[in-house]
Structures are given as C-alpha cells and as structure tokens.
Design a protein around this ligand. Sequence first.
Ligand SMILES: C[S@@+](CC[C@H](N)C(=O)[O-])C[C@H]1O[C@@H](n2cnc3c(N)ncnc32)[C@H](O)[C@@H]1O
Length: 262
Amino acid sequence: MDKFRLTTAAAQKYDNHSVPAMFGPLARATLEKVSLPKNAHILDVACGTGALTREIAAQMQGTGRLVGADLNDTMIDLATQRHPPDSHSAAYVASDVCTLPFDDATFDLAFCQQGLQFFPDKLAALTEVRRVLKPRGHLKLTCWSAISPFNKALADALERHVGKAASDKARAPFSFRDGDVIANLMRESNFTLQAHTIIVLERRFEDLFAQIMALPVEQDLREAGETVTHTVVADVAANLKQYAQGDTLVVPQEAHLFEAIA
Ligand SMILES: C[S@@+](CC[C@H](N)C(=O)[O-])C[C@H]1O[C@@H](n2cnc3c(N)ncnc32)[C@H](O)[C@@H]1O
C-alpha cells in the first residue's frame, strides 16, 4: 500500500466526525485497560489529529513527557491546534513511523492506535518503534479485528452502485486484521507479547449521511453524483436496519489490543 497523504479539509473532517464516532471512544476504552506509569516518556505513533494523545494527556498527572508523531503534517497541525491548553502538554512531530526522529531507548511506553494497517512496511515500522523504546519498554497497539457491519454495508453498497475502487477504499482500514499475523509480526520485530484482548465498541449514527461523507470515499461519491450518493446511503441504512434504536443506528465495531514488551 502506498503512503497516504491527507489534505487539511480531510484532516478536519476526520477530527470532527471520525474521532467523536470511533477513535475517541477507542482511545478511552484502551486507556481503561492500560495504566500510565508516573513520570513516563510516552510516544503516540501515527497519532493522527491526536484523539488518543489528548486522552493520554488528560490522564497524565503533571509528570512525564508526551509526543505524538504522524506522517501527515495536516494531521499534526490540527493535533497541535486542538490540544487542550489546560491539560498536560504534548509535542507533535511530523514523521514517517519508519524514520522516527528520536534517539534509541527514548520512550518508556508507545501507543499505536489504528496505524499498523496503513504502514507499507509493517516489520520496519515495528522495528523502528522498538528502537526508540527503552529496553523492557511497553507497546500498546490497536487494529480493527473485524470489518464492522457499517463498513461492510458501505463497501457492499459502493461496489453495487459506484465501483470496486471506492469499495476497496471503504474496506482498507480493515485490510490487516488477522490476530495471528499481527502477533507473529510483533514477535518478528523482537517484541515479547504480553496480552491480546478484544475491545468491542458501539458506533452511533445519528446522521448516517454526514458520517459517510466524512470518510475518504466522499470524493468517489461526489464524483458519482447526488442521486448515486443518496442510493448508497439508503442501501447502507436498509442493510443496518437491525441496529436501529429509535432514530439512531448503534453498530458494533471490534478492535485487537496487543500489549507487548520491547
Ligand atoms: C486511522 S488514522 C489513526 C490516527 C490516530 N491514531 C487516531 O486514532 O485517530 C491512521 C493514521 O496513520 C497515519 N499514517 C499512515 N502511514 C503512516 C506512516 N508511514 N508513518 C506514520 N503515520 C502514518 C496517517 O497519517 C493517519 O493519521
């Protein structure tokens, strides 16, 4: 997979829609399972617009240092702007995961939330994260473990009404989800696996159209036109009927949480 670049508008949509819908709740669910050591030096790799970094900052008790790193400087700019001034500070750095600008053995703890599936060279990425961790430092990594019913319904509707390229785009975040493959990759990069659990979230859709149009497939839908877009949204809604709770769709979405030691 090629390295992907995001525009400022795409980064804003991501932070306005996808973070409250999914990445913020996943960050909070992860931190319910992981306690932050006091006075630790913490890295959030592929931090995006800082969904998890902000939650970590809120839990740091005035000690330690926090860094977020991401390939896209549009995401880093937004993370910097949206970091709450009244919480623990964070330094945000634009960097490819494979060439992190830190000395060996800098960090006590590294997080990677929903980044691994996008790294073109996953082994090099994990090896680099291990390099910047102190010996016996910790890695906490999440990656979707199943395609969610929402994303499956969307990918199927796109395949029916728009085309395979758009459908593949909707499936891409779920393209690397086999737990055994991920565990082996971590071992290959010399991490010792401590725990593997599954986090189950509920994604709520009050406005299905807005959430679909906040995804990278927005461009394909705009090119396909208004009529096709409404057909796709109606198709997704029809396929998710079983998840309706009043006017809201409440759809499960599952992630792996891997905990490992360098
Ligand atoms: C689904 S987002 C997750 C972002 C963030 N962790 C969150 O939970 O909101 C995936 C992120 O991986 C980043 N990314 C993709 N390839 C990368 C690479 N080679 N090095 C660093 N970051 C990368 C993207 O820029 C994007 O912000």
